[in-house]
Design a protein around this ligand. Structure first.
Ligand SMILES: Cc1cc2nc3c(=O)[nH]c(=O)nc-3n(C[C@H](O)[C@H](O)[C@H](O)COP(=O)(O)O)c2cc1C
Length: 180
């Protein structure tokens, strides 16, 4: 059985819904997943202990949330210090990662989420994990101040997203990824 780790950051709850769907789908397929919200017991994550890692965040100023950036920074330092990040980043057979975000895209659409996902993926790629997938899931602007951004931007009307359809489609993607 694969060892699966999942860690994610969610400030307004959208990524948390996505994360719950990922965890439920994995559990439904009989996999055990160790799942953490960034900031809760994520100080000593040992990525190399797992066969597959899922990492996700909401997008804030086209980057992952600050706590996720800080965690990835600490992990990078740990693996650099331990000599685990080598020139040319040789592959580690059997090690796989999936990186995802929820995003609003009001100004430039998916382009303002791509840097966040690429940023998260680089730690895994540097460590030699294969990045199996990058998922971009629309997530409404929830706060009172910004909720007007959920309509009229480049993604159109994203109120209520991620919705049931998004989560159903995500569950199918999770099932697909486990066949790779
Ligand atoms: C302060 C703030 C900044 C945001 N910046 C971006 C951004 O740069 N690009 C983007 O696509 N979405 C942006 N969003 C939208 C969020 O990424 C989106 O609502 C996401 O689903 C939030 O995830 P969470 O609820 O898990 O924190 C921003 C939202 C807030 C509240």
């Amino acid at each position: 059985m694969m060892r699966i780790l999942h860690f994610y950051f969610s400030a307004t709850g959208n990524t948390k819904k996505v994360a719950a769907t990922i965890d439920q789908t994995l559990a439904g397929l009989g996999h055990k997943v160790e799942s953490f919200i960034v900031g809760e017991k994520t100080e000593d994550l040992e990525l190399l202990d797992y066969d597959m890692v899922f990492a996700g965040s909401g997008v804030y100023q086209w980057m992952p949330g600050k706590p996720m950036q800080a965690l990835l920074g600490r992990l990078l330092k740990k693996y650099v210090d331990a000599g685990e990040i080598k020139p040319a980043s040789p592959r580690r057979p059997g090690k796989k990662a999936v990186v995802y975000c929820t995003y609003g895209g009001v100004h430039t659409g998916i382009n303002e989420a791509v840097p966040a996902v690429k940023y998260m993926a680089q730690l895994f790629d540097h460590l030699g994990f294969d990045i199996l997938a990058e998922w971009y899931i629309p997530g409404a602007y929830v706060s009172e101040k910004l909720k007007g951004f959920s309509v009229g931007g480049r993604l159109g009307d994203i109120q209520g997203r991620p919705n049931a359809h998004d989560l159903q489609s995500l569950a199918e993607s999770v099932k697909g990824i486990l066949k790779v």
